[in-house]
Every structure is written in structure tokens, then in C-alpha cells.
Write a protein that binds this ligand. Structure first.
Ligand code: BDR
Ligand code: CA
Length: 307
């Protein structure tokens, strides 16, 4: 599978990267970066560092620095640490970003390989919306777009009803979910990701199997686990972004409903994913549940293959 991950690294973004890097069926072409958990400068730095840490050939592109229409929310330093990697200070990477912006790269690579690219977007959807605005056929040229974002039935994580990635750029999320062109779009949101509980012993298992990448994830995961524990009283964190990458290859692990969708762009419910019952609404596949044990085991197994 030719895969691109659009990402705001971030602890669970780093987990998603190492999963994809180690998967024998994934050719990870690029990371396109986006503001969200961190600033765009830190997203780029962290993405370059991740690829460098395992000598990956994966290219890195700079994406949007802010949402399409709303003022940017501050980075989620209380969730992911001051610069995205918990309490860990990394060296500045030696690699540099590619010349093309994220949106221009997405347009150009899908023209080169129409119908072959899977895009997994695990941050705010600004880059994807910009690509659609510049080239309305962009979505139709993807093999699939798998999005970590939204929630239909479960509670939000930044408000009663909104999930963080959609809340950080609700206009972009709305453009992507309501674009009329035919497209294979899957959302993997809190309905499933908040049910997958990742623990300190799970991080230990990763560190044992993979002394470099796994140990790094264990170190940055400590901050992430602490945030969850402070919020819920439970010593477990959710497996958000890795679940979306797993869904790219294994939709059969998930329970899926198919709906027309929209996103609230103002008011108390800003960022909420909603069902759009209009007959001409483009349909997306929404992961509303799944086999929690299989998804977690698959993540641990594959990610543990890293150096
Ligand atoms: C999403 O928000 C970010 O904090 C995570 O990286 C994930 O993409 C979960 O709501
Ligand atoms: Ca993310």
C-alpha cells in the first residue's frame, strides 16, 4: 500500500508513524505536516526527526500553519508536552523538508499515481481541504482517505460533542466530509479510539521488542499517560492515530456505518461531526466500533518490529 500520513506529531502520531514504518505491506511515501498538537514548525521538526530516527526514506512536507477560518487554538502542550514529544528533548534533525507544500505535494503525487495512494490524515484537515480547494478532483484520485477525527455517538474530547482534530479546523473538516466528488472516505473517531486502552505495561512491551523506537515511545508516552490519568483517573491512554493507520489495511477490524456527513462550524457544538440525511450528500464510512483486542495486538506486534 502506498501511504502518506498527514500528521501533527504528537505522541500518538509518533506511534502511528512507527507502526506504518515497520509494516511490511506499507510503503510510507511521505509525512505531510500540519499544526494542531504543536505549531507547524514543531510538527515539521518532529516529523523530520521521526523519519531520521529509523533511517526512513519517507519524505517530509511542510503544511498549513493555521486553520482556514477560525483563529488557531493554542498547541495541546498539556496533552503531548511542550514540543509534542512529552518531556523528551530531541536533537534538531539534520534532514530538511521537501520544496513542495503539503497541499501541492498531495495534488501532484495523486496525479502521478491516480487510484493508488492511501492518505491517512491524523491531524486537523486543513492540508486536505486546501488540496480540494485547489483541485476539486483530488479526493477522487485517492484510493482511500482514512481520517482520525470526529465522533458520532461517543462524547467529545475537547467539548461535549467535538473531537480535537475537527475542532481545530471545523471548516476544513466540513469541506472534506461534504465535498461532492466521488471518494472513498473512512473516519476513525472517538467511537472506537477512546475504547482502546493503552497502558504502561503495553509501552514496556514495545520498549522490550524495539529498543530504539519502542523505548522512545515509552519515554514520550509517560507524559501522555499522565495527562489521561489526571483527566479520567485511569492509568490508560487512547490509541487514536495508530487506529486510523490500522484501518487503512484492516477495515475488517472495525464496525462501520455509512452516512452523509457534515461538521458544525460555529456555536457550542463547533467541530461536531453530524449526519447529513440529504439524498445527494456524499457518503463516508464511519468506524463506530471494532475489535479492541485485535486492533491493540496488531499495533503492538507490528510496531515492535522497529529497531
Ligand atoms: C486526536 O487529537 C490529537 O491530540 C491526537 O494526536 C489525535 O490525532 C485525537 O482527538
Ligand atoms: Ca494527531
Amino acid at each position: 500500500m502506498k501511504l502518506i500520513i498527514d500528521t501533527d506529531p504528537g505522541v500518538d502520531d509518533a506511534m502511528a508513524f512507527y507502526y506504518a514504518h515497520a509494516h511490511p505491506q506499507i510503503e510510507l511515501l511521505a509525512l505531510t505536516t500540519i499544526f494542531g498538537n504543536v505549531t507547524i514548525d514543531d510538527a515539521l521538526r518532529n516529523a523530520l526527526w521521526l523519519t531520521e530516527s529509523v533511517g526512513a526514506a519517507t519524505k517530509v512536507h511542510r503544511g498549513a500553519a493555521q486553520p482556514l477560518s477560525i483563529p488557531p487554538n493554542p498547541p495541546a502542550d498539556f496533552v503531548h508536552g511542550p514540543r509534542g514529544f512529552g518531556g523528551i528533548i530531541i536533537n534538531e534533525p539534520n534532514r530538511s523538508a521537501e520544496a513542495l507544500s503539503a497541499a501541492d505535494y498531495l495534488i501532484s503525487i495523486t496525479r502521478k499515481h491516480p487510484g493508488e495512494i492511501t492518505l491517512c490524515a491524523v491531524g486537523p484537515l486543513t492540508n486536505v481541504a486546501l488540496a480540494i480547494q485547489k483541485d476539486p478532483q483530488f479526493l477522487s484520485r485517492l484510493q482511500q482517505l482514512v481520517i482520525m477525527g470526529g465522533t458520532l455517538y461517543a462524547k467529545g474530547n475537547v467539548s461535549e460533542t467535538a473531537e480535537a482534530n475537527f475542532w481545530n479546523d471545523p471548516h476544513a473538516a466540513h469541506i472534506v466530509l461534504s465535498a461532492p466528488q466521488p471518494a472513498n472516505v473512512i473516519t476513525v473517531g472517538l467511537d472506537i479510539t477512546d475504547k482502546i486502552e493503552f497502558t504502561a505495561p503495553d509501552f514496556d512491551r514495545l520498549a522490550q521488542a524495539s529498543p530504539k523506537a519502542g523505548e522512545f515511545l515509552k519515554s514520550i508516552g509517560a507524559f501522555y499517560l499522565q495527562f489521561y490519568q489526571n483527566r479520567s483517573g485511569k492509568a490508560t491512554c487512547s490509541l487514536h492515530d495508530p487506529s486510523a493507520v490500522i484501518a487503512c489495511l484492516h477495515p475488517e477490524f472495525f464496525t462501520i456505518e455509512t452516512h452523509g456527513l457534515s461538521v458544525a462550524m460555529s456555536g457550542d457544538d463547533i467541530g461536531q461531526m453530524q449526519i447529513n440525511t440529504a439524498v445527494n450528500a456524499r457518503k463516508s464510512h464511519v468506524c463506530v466500533g471494532g475489535d479492541v483486542a485485535i486492533i491493540k495486538e496488531n499495533f503492538l506486534n507490528i510496531t515492535g518490529r522497529n529497531p
